[in-house]
Design a protein around this ligand. Structure first.
Ligand code: SAM
Length: 211
């Protein structure tokens, strides 16, 4: 946890409940151990979408579509979301249908790295929430797909704070993910096409704007 637990609990206590269908989706995901955006990310996303008012959103990492359905609830955008796990795709498809959002959310099956070259965009808002070790390889396509002024929000970039732990106390697989994520953060901070801020909300996010 990168933010003091008591502060996080306090912030959560200030949040209003979502509509019942979203609370149900969150409860099911939490019960079945499916990862979804943290509660404090919801209001952050909502405010960003209210400011940006995107017409087209690209999400990388659908999961069971909680975040896509959430973004549909607080924007007028069409959402294109990519998921590679067949099991999650099935659940996501059924959640999208059940909530009557088939005309608002396009679900793309497959690896984001293979799917993005076939997309034309532009997407004024991109939400990246997939395999953490792959963010760096997705970046060139994401930049191509965003117009000038487009926003890229990347979730979980600080890896619960483990990112800055000594490499000697980190398991090898985690070490590789951390190295790639540090590389990603460095890249979004230094890429001439982007202006980026690192924010210690949830598990850490970066928010980048295309210049
Ligand atoms: N955004 C979702 C939400 O809050 O409801 C949660 C997404 S979950 C944290 C990450 C998802 O990304 C997983 O379901 C995983 O299968 C998917 N994923 C990981 N790597 C991917 C890739 N290369 N292409 C597409 N999906 C990927």
């Amino acid at each position: 946890m990168i933010v003091n637990e008591r502060i996080t609990t306090y912030i959560h206590s200030l949040e209003s409940d979502n509509p019942e269908y979203l609370e149900k989706l969150r409860a099911t995901a939490e019960k079945t151990g499916v990862p979804i955006i943290r509660r404090e990310m919801e209001s952050f996303l909502r405010v960003l979408l209210e400011i940006k008012k995107p017409k087209h959103i690209l999400e990388i990492g659908t999961g069971t579509a909680f975040s896509a359905i959430f973004m549909a609830s607080c924007s007028k955008a069409h959402i294109t979301t990519i998921e590679k796990s067949p099991k999650r795709l099935k659940l996501a498809g059924s959640n999208i249908l059940k909530n009557g959002l088939a005309d608002r959310i396009t679900l793309i099956e497959g690896d984001a790295g293979s799917a993005m070259p076939f997309l034309a965009g532009p997407y004024e808002f991109v939400f990246m929430d997939a395999a953490k070790g792959q963010y760096i390889s997705f970046l060139p396509e994401i930049i191509r797909l965003m117009p000038k002024g487009g926003l890229l929000l990347s979730d979980n970039v600080l890896q619960d704070g483990d990112l800055i732990e000594s490499r000697y106390i980190t398991a090898r697989r985690q070490r590789t993910i951390h190295e790639r994520m540090r590389e990603y953060i460095w890249e979004v901070k230094h890429n001439p096409a982007l202006d980026t801020t690192v924010i210690t909300i949830g598990d850490g996010v970066t928010l980048s704007i295309k210049k």
